[in-house]
Design a protein around this ligand. Sequence first.
Ligand code: HSE
Length: 405
Amino acid sequence: MIQVAVLGYGTVGSGVVEVIERNRQEITRKSGEEIHVKYILDLRDFPGDPYENKVVHDVEQILNDPQIQIVCETMGGLKPAYDFTKRALLSGKSVCTSNKELVAAHGSELMRIAGENKCNYLFEASVGGGIPIIRPMKESLTAEKIEAVTGILNGTTNYILSKMEKEGAAFEDVLRQAQEKGYAEKNPQADVEGHDACRKIAILSSLMCGKYVNYQDIYTEGITGITAEDFVYAHACGKTIKLLALSRTFQREGREEGLYAMVAPFMISRSNPLFMVDDVFNAICVHSDRMGESMYYGKGAGKLPTASAVVSDVADCARHAGKALMSSWDSQEASLADIDQISRRFFVRVSEDKESRALQTFESVSVIEADVAGEFAFITDSMTEEDFRKKADEVGIISRIRVEE
Ligand code: HSE
């Protein structure tokens, strides 16, 4: 029997206990050993909860118990999760987490400590909620050179954008619904400003290149500037708007120049496989050199999908007890390319009096006819981010959204 402790009895932590208790037979069959939750760490008491007798308030009880082999860290945030994780790993206890913030900030160090102490630091649930994406990138695509990852990596913002588009719902109302459903972060600014997706694409980028990609180097823009009018234009040209997180190797004159990563709202076409990904669903398109495109899809947030991913790591740790798996990336920091030199098309809105100025400056554009008064809107030809910014400043635009076919 493998004894487990769960740190944090919130949305994901309570899901982890529920999944382990409800799917015991299935999990035992796949882990080779029965998994048993011995402790739940939380500051609060949970009178009436079926597992209230497992709740403890002092982490020392867990860290000093030699029976505990695996710790599920579902507290979120850096403090005290970083300290608890480090101490668990130093005492040879594997840690499975959904904490993307901690993985993105200290993953390299925590994996190294795990390796030195013959245990594991696994984080399948940190990206894409219930979608298996870390293990496929680490193991199933071992033979592939991954050249691009493009994903919808935040359930809350995808839920908000879908409801704004389909129901014309107001931003604040939909955000509240996402919070009620347990999708949003404690501070939902992390979702709507793109920071959560930024941590997740940093993790996928690190897996992609085998080096540490610092999330602070990733250009990040959220969805707070997206309006109902933007969706009117998107419909008029057969597109939709999604918050995309991307990481791509780019080439110039046939030579690989490096890797760039970014998070921003994009207008995408109907032909894009991410077009149909709605509500809390996430999806990740991976382009690799031998296989080409592969896509991973499922619920990207919420109690049970995320908990299920944590428990899949628990089973992995149980199968590899006493053995450290290979680190997902080393601690050397990758240097990311500046997005200024990346070329793409842009959707632009200007006030109607700037039509001729905009046409003169941007030259060749595709005009979008839509039912929005007092404006002129168009999609530019492909140009670098830097060129676009100069031209946009020259004209004085209302707003712009990047375009991805
Ligand atoms: N707040 C996150 C989201 C939770 O909405 O995707 C899952 O990481």
